[in-house]
Design a protein around this ligand. Structure first.
Ligand code: CA
Length: 295
């Protein structure tokens, strides 16, 4: 087992830091604080972190090819203009389900925006969520139901595999992926999470098609081989709730890691003063560029 290192790069104290995404055009890291309804932009060069309040819980952020950003909000898929600070919902598949909100999501290599929903209450028990994609013509498709806590979507280099995490199932799953149609099939578990590792949360993929999974209540990010179903390397962190990771830097050879404070008692917070902060790991491998929304 290879043990890799990480250091804190921003004292963010996020309630629920999540959704890191490297923007290779602007050379900044977008990330969110879901419960604080905040979109953040961290610029490594200056160390500056800018923040937008989007007025409702935000589950993920992705770049849009034509400029600007896309968000998955409580009220659905939305465009977001950082100049004006205005988020505009363009499609809401769950207008009837006020107990749900959107959670994690990413774009496939064809530019479709995938994101899933979860219950705002005890989502690990209440499987009221579903997994959707927003196509480039702004039409929505539902792919999976029921879902507990939709997380960690990545695609292999050949785009024939989509890896997905439903945190409530405590597993990393693989689907056959049809890039042309955007259809998934043949779900199978590639890594069943052992009790002591906590809950699988966000996920990134490197250029060798290995998975980097953040573990909630697991104190680490683990590099997992989906073919062999085993952990190859770990990055230990000084905080329990590790939520998501993304390759970044000009060479995509660094790993940005988000963490959370929510769910920790005062005692635990006293022992984890860096909970909610942003970390930078040295993965020793390169990632792949994230895809942007093409609609
Ligand atoms: Ca998550």
């Amino acid at each position: 087992m290879i043990e890799l290192s990480a250091e804190r790069i921003l004292k963010a104290k996020a309630n629920l830091g999540e959704g890191p995404l490297w923007d290779h055009r602007a050379k900044v890291l977008w990330w969110i604080d879901i419960l604080a309804s905040r979109v953040h932009r961290f610029e490594p060069k200056s160390g500056k972190n800018d923040t937008w309040d989007v007025g409702q819980m935000v589950g993920t952020v992705v770049c849009r090819k034509q400029g600007g950003l896309m968000l998955a909000l409580e009220d659905g898929f939305a465009t977001f203009d950082t100049e004006s600070g205005v988020a505009k919902v363009v499609a809401d598949p769950e207008s009837e389900k006020s107990d749900n909100r959107f959670n994690d999501g990413k774009c496939d290599p064809a530019g479709r925006f995938w994101a899933g929903t979860m219950n705002k209450g005890d989502a690990l028990q209440l499987w009221t969520g579903a997994l959707y994609s927003l196509d480039t013509d702004l039409s929505i498709r539902k792919h999976l139901e029921p879902v507990g806590v939709s997380n960690g979507i990545v695609w292999s280099k050949d785009a024939k595999s989509m890896y997905y995490i439903d945190t409530a199932s405590k597993a990393v799953d693989r689907f056959d992926y049809d890039l042309e149609t955007g259809n998934i099939s043949q779900r199978q578990t590639v890594f069943k999470v052992p009790e002591e590792m906590g809950y699988p949360d966000g996920m990134a993929i490197d250029n060798q098609d290995k998975l980097w999974v953040a573990f909630w209540n697991g104190w680490q990010v683990a590099r997992i081989c989906p073919q062999e179903g085993k952990v190859i390397a770990t990055i230990k962190l000084p905080v329990a709730n590790v939520t998501a990771c993304a390759f970044g830097g000009a060479a995509l050879d660094q790993l940005y890691i988000t963490t959370a404070r929510v769910g920790l008692s005062d005692d635990e917070l006293a022992k984890q003063p860096m909970a909610g902060d942003l970390f930078l790991g040295q993965p020793g491998v390169h990632g792949v560029e994230s895809s942007s929304f093409a609609g």
